[in-house]
Every structure is written in structure tokens, then in C-alpha cells.
Design a protein around this ligand. Structure first.
Ligand SMILES: *Cc1c(COP(=O)(O)O)cnc(C)c1O
Length: 345
């Protein structure tokens, strides 16, 4: 595998910083961000807030920290957080809702990760003497394990309106919200208009080497700054990283239509392989079920690796391919050829 070009479809987190990002990092003006004195971080935060249409934003090392802070901002210990059952916050964030916010998750089973107000409404609980009240609702847009599904805008707005009427705030885990914007033709500002807090990743399809953003009202973000420090996220001369983030924010979204087209190409070709069932999707994530082929995802993934193709095995049935700026259409074609060969042979 060493000398061949590896086609890495495990995740859009694997993108390497572009030349423009590296140049911006080299040139970055910096200061101590814990004192609020890093001009590049300040520029990134101001620009991010403007793009998502919130009063303020905060630069963070990871999206996990963003969700951890978002939930903490909106809840009190001893409450419940309503979410779809397969969100990143439940599956991949080391139970931070319990550990840091002292809340439990109230999860809802869905087919594609998309919650609706109808599903949520009956789960909202007021303060009583014998049940944990609802602290917040979180929605993941796009929904990763749902196959990169995009929340319909009416659904987001209905959830937010219904929740707010009952004094329950809404957090959006928008790790890939720019993919949602690309697929729906709406601006991130419009998508996030009614949520109280939103996080998104600079480090995924937008291509930055690391970093995420949380955004919301000024008072919430003032508190978020304190929580970030508490979690060990005071980053000093972080302008070198924010500089790459700014390039990602300004130029990353333009790449996403191409990633989506490549993912649709993969989905179409996968569906032609006997026994493979592809989840519907509209962004850069393709989840597919290979159980009917009689093959085991972990083994298929290992065999593909020997051929220089990386794809994730997700369960004893499911595999995932994620497109991003560092894979070409031709490489997608090669990857599917190898997959068909491995499954067929
Ligand atoms: C990647 C991702 C995150 C954040 O992940 P980090 O690795 O902590 O940056 C959060 N939510 C979703 C849906 C993600 O895909």
C-alpha cells in the first residue's frame, strides 16, 4: 500500500490543507487568544458569526467540544436532551452529555436520522416531582449515520417553533451544515436561523486541518468562552490554525457540489452490485448494506485496504464511503471497481 496512491473514502476529515491554507498559516498574524488578542482568530470568529447569522462565534479545536459546550449552555444538571438515536453526540462523544452537562439522552428511533416535531412533541416533559424535565433538543444536519441526510427546512423551523413555545432551546450539530446548504440551495444563515446554538466543522469537507465553530447569541458565546477554557480549549496563538480555517470557510463550500456529485456517482454504481442496498442520500456520505452479499463489512474493508482503497465498516451489515476534495471522480470509479471485485470474488 505504501507506494500506491491510497484512495481514502473513510471520512471527509482526512482532507489535507491546501497550498493556500499553508500559505495563510505561514503569513498569519497572531496574538494570545486567551486574552482575546489573536487578530486572525478574531477575524475567523467574526466571519463565521456573519455567515451563520448569529451574534457571535467561537473557534474550537473539535466539533465534539462544540457539541459539549452547546449542550452545556442550554441545559442544567438533571435534565434530558432529546435526539435521534444515532446522532454523533450519542454514539461518538464519550457520553459528554452525561459527564459534563449531567443530563441524560432521550433518544428517538428514526429510519434516516430526521426527527420531526410530531415525534418530539410527546417527549417534552415539564418540571414535575418524578421525571427529568427536557433541557434541550439537538438535531444533526446533515445526519451522518442516516446517510448524510439533510433536514427539510420546514422540519427544522417547526421543531424550533414548537420547542421555543415550550421554552426548550434547540442545538444544531451542523458538523456538515455546509453540505446541507449545498444540497438544499439554502444559506447556512437560513438553515440556522431558528436554532439557539450551532456547531460546524472546518476540518471536514471545507478542508481545514482542524477546528470547529460554535455560534449563538453574544451572552451564550461569552459563557461558551469560559466553558472552552474549562475543557482545556484555550489555544493561545491559534491564529496559525484560524488562518487555515478562514480559507476553508471562504473557499471550502465551492468544492462541495463536486463532492456530492462524486457521492451520487458512487451510490449509483454501488446499487448495480448484486446484493448491495444503498441508503438514500443527497450529500457526500454513502451508507450501504452488504448483508445480502454474504460478505462481512470488516473483512471487505480489510481486503480493500490491501488494494489501496479505504472505506469504513460500520456494523455487521453497513459500510460507508465519504467523498471529499482529495478524491477525484476517477479515484471513485477505481474504488467501486475494487469493491465490486472484492464482493464478487
Ligand atoms: C465529525 C462530527 C462531529 C465532530 O467531530 P470532531 O472529530 O470532534 O471534530 C460532530 N458531529 C458530527 C455529526 C460529525 O460528523
Amino acid at each position: 500500500m505504501n507506494h500506491r496512491t491510497v484512495i481514502d473514502l473513510r471520512s471527509d476529515t482526512v482532507t489535507k490543507p491546501t497550498l493556500a491554507m499553508r500559505q495563510a498559516m505561514f503569513d498569519a498574524e497572531v496574538g494570545d487568544d486567551v486574552y482575546g488578542e489573536d487578530p486572525t482568530v478574531n477575524r475567523l470568529e467574526a466571519r463565521a458569526a456573519e455567515i451563520v447569522g448569529k451574534e457571535a462565534a467561537l473557534f474550537l479545536p473539535t466539533g465534539t467540544m462544540g457539541n459539549t459546550i452547546g449542550i452545556k449552555l442550554l441545559t442544567e444538571h438533571g435534565q434530558e436532551v432529546i435526539a435521534d438515536s444515532r446522532v454523533h453526540i450519542v454514539d461518538w462523544e464519550l457520553s459528554m452529555t452525561a459527564w459534563f452537562s449531567g443530563c441524560q439522552m432521550r433518544t428517538v428511533e428514526t429510519t434516516d436520522g430526521i426527527l420531526t416535531w410530531d415525534r418530539i412533541r410527546g417527549l417534552i416533559k415539564p418540571v414535575t416531582f418524578n421525571a427529568a424535565p427536557t433541557g434541550a433538543i439537538t438535531i444533526e444536519n446533515t445526519h451522518n449515520l442516516g446517510g448524510g441526510r439533510v433536514y427539510p427546512q420546514e422540519v427544522i423551523d417547526e421543531i424550533c417553533d414548537g420547542a421555543h413555545e415550550r421554552d426548550v432551546p434547540v442545538h444544531m450539530d451542523g458538523a456538515r451544515v455546509f453540505n446541507a446548504a449545498t444540497a438544499s440551495g439554502r444559506s447556512v444563515r437560513e438553515i440556522a436561523a431558528k436554532v439557539d446554538t450551532i456547531t460546524f466543522c472546518l476540518s471536514k469537507g471545507l478542508g481545514a486541518p482542524m477546528g470547529s465553530i460554535i455560534a449563538g447569541s453574544r451572552p451564550l458565546m461569552d459563557r461558551a468562552r469560559l466553558l472552552r477554557k474549562r475543557l482545556g480549549g484555550g489555544m493561545r496563538q491559534a491564529g496559525v490554525l484560524a488562518a487555515a480555517g478562514l480559507v476553508a470557510l471562504e473557499h471550502g463550500p465551492a468544492q462541495l457540489p463536486n463532492d456530492h456529485a462524486n457521492a451520487r456517482f458512487i451510490a449509483t454504481r454501488l446499487a448495480e452490485i448484486e446484493g448491495v442496498i444503498v441508503f438514500p442520500g443527497e450529500t457526500n456520505i454513502v451508507i450501504f448494506d452488504i448483508a445480502a452479499t454474504g460478505r462481512i463489512p470488516r473483512e471487505v474493508s480489510a481486503q480493500l485496504r490491501e488494494r489501496g482503497v479505504l472505506m469504513s465498516a460500520f456494523s455487521d451489515r453497513l459500510m460507508r464511503a465519504v467523498t471529499h476534495r482529495d478524491v477525484t471522480r476517477e479515484q471513485c470509479e477505481t474504488a467501486i471497481g475494487e469493491l465490486a471485485d472484492v464482493i464478487g470474488g
